[in-house]
Design a protein around this ligand. Sequence first.
Ligand code: HEC
Length: 201
Amino acid sequence: MRNPIRATLVAVFVLVAALAGCRGGSSGDAPIGGIRNMHDQPRYENQGRSAFFADGRMMRPQVFGAVAREMETDTRIDTGRDEDGTTYLLALPEEIGQRFGGNDAMLLRGEERFNIYCAPCHGRTGDGKGIMVTRGMLAPPSYHQDRLRHMPDGQLYATITNGIRNMPGYYSQIPTDDRWAIVAYVRALQVSQANVPVEAP
Ligand code: HEC
């Protein structure tokens, strides 16, 4: 061809047509790859058979008695209930303050965590008028009512841990000791507002 521009255009057209022709084609073959060792790694499949383990199973059962590394092994501290699980602990376990290196440190930690996790809904003073409420969320109850003032520490802790009705639980988001520190801070808030007239729940 004498015209170089036309020759280029024809070549491009042929190339595009050839590539477009590949679309939609499928192949059962493994993709072509330069370095294959990333594709073919030995691995265990679900429900597969293993020659290594005596029971022949690839999927390993949990070792008896294993607990998650972060799990609280004291059931009172873990659940907020007494040893046989029947009643809520009336008072925060002493170990918690010790773990924080003193009650002051525990309360400061509780204040910080409360303002992060609870104040958006419950308000910084616990009056139930957090910023989420001004944006249309269902208003939580004020902490400064008799029922919540007299609630056992363990029940407050369990409320944070498991959630209640419309409130989500914080078991996986806030570690155990921090949940107790928040309980201590909620108590401090209640004392600080003890002379404020109680609003209807
Ligand atoms: C997303 C908003 C939201 C957040 C965040 C939140 N709460 Fe609540 N909370 C609620 C609502 C709503 C209720 C009322 C639940 C109901 O009765 O349906 C409630 C109820 C409660 C109650 C009263 C339970 C009862 O027996 O009536 C306590 C105590 C409480 N929350 C503590 C906390 C603490 C402590 C935190 C922080 C760890 C927290 N909440 C975080 C929304 C929230």
